[in-house]
Design a protein around this ligand. Structure first.
Ligand code: ZN
Length: 275
């Protein structure tokens, strides 16, 4: 009998404890709880200073499963789209500085007042095409994260893994996908698309879908508290060849109110028992 593949190392996405901990405390917390990975958001990274953060992450021996986030390409005018490109270049520099496995892309929604969804998708494609050569030369992998369609208007016109892989096909080398169970669990085509993704899976994020979900952004569940079959999705991802980190990313008012040390111990326990 073949042994089950080992679970990838746990990584703390800093948004999980963002109300109480900055990046320095997250780094110390990972060391204290023997959590091998970290995935910072750019606000806490910039608050600490990119150079200092890179040093401390390295000294703590943490792997960096991702940097959250680039993207947000659609804008009402050319100046806005240009500003987004510039900001994405800075995000690529930051991802390179901290040795992130990928720069996670939340691609952006409709420009204010627009009803032109195909146009917004075109802006995403064109924005990505502009930054991909820069990312390639920096050695930074782009991780396109499809978001649940409920976010299509304001955060991501990229909704499904199939759509993300079509973009990967069009953009070529150096572009992969960041797979977040919260955003893709409902997709009837999921297993087929994960197999299609293969080596292009650049990140794997976990949390859970609560029933009922009381807030469309800030009510994600701790793995094991909701209805997502996380082990089944993880098995698909591993079968596709992914051996990277399993990143726990909770945007949750309930968990933000808790003591971060308690959040990390529960997260670690769920990683071992649920994920
Ligand atoms: Zn995510």
């Amino acid at each position: 009998m073949m042994a089950a593949p080992a679970i990838g190392p746990l990584s703390l996405n800093t948004v999980t404890v963002k109300e109480r901990w900055g990046l320095a405390e997250c780094i110390e917390g990972c060391a204290r709880h023997a959590i091998p990975g970290i995935s910072p958001w750019r606000d806490v990274l910039q608050a600490m200073g990119v150079g200092k953060a890179a040093r401390q992450i390295r000294e703590a021996g943490l792997l960096v499963s991702g940097l959250c986030r680039g993207g947000m390409f659609p804008a009402a005018d050319a100046a806005g789209r240009r500003a987004a490109i510039e900001d994405n270049r800075r995000a690529i520099d930051e991802a390179q500085a901290i040795g992130a496995a990928c720069l996670v892309m939340v691609c952006g929604g409709l420009p204010p007042g627009s009803r032109d969804l195909p146009g917004a998708r075109q802006m995403v494609h064109e924005g990505l095409a502009e930054i991909v050569p820069y990312a390639r030369s920096a050695g930074v992998t782009i991780g396109l994260e499809p978001l649940h369609p409920m976010t299509c208007a304001d955060r991501s016109v990229l909704s499904t893994l199939g759509q993300a892989l079509d973009l990967c096909d069009a953009l070529g080398e150096g572009v992969g996908v960041a797979l977040d169970v919260y955003h893709v669990w409902w997709d009837p085509d999921l297993s087929r698309q994960i197999a299609r993704a293969g080596s292009r899976i650049a990140g794997f994020h976990t949390c859970d879908w609560l029933v009922p979900t009381t807030d469309l952004v800030f009510d994600r569940g701790m793995p094991g508290d909701g209805v997502i079959d996380i082990p089944a999705i993880r098995a698909m991802v591993q079968a596709a060849g992914y051996a990277g980190a399993v990143e726990c990313e909770l945007l949750s008012r309930r968990w933000w109110a808790e003591d971060p040390d308690r959040v990390l111990s529960i997260m670690k326990e769920r990683h071992n028992t649920v994920c």
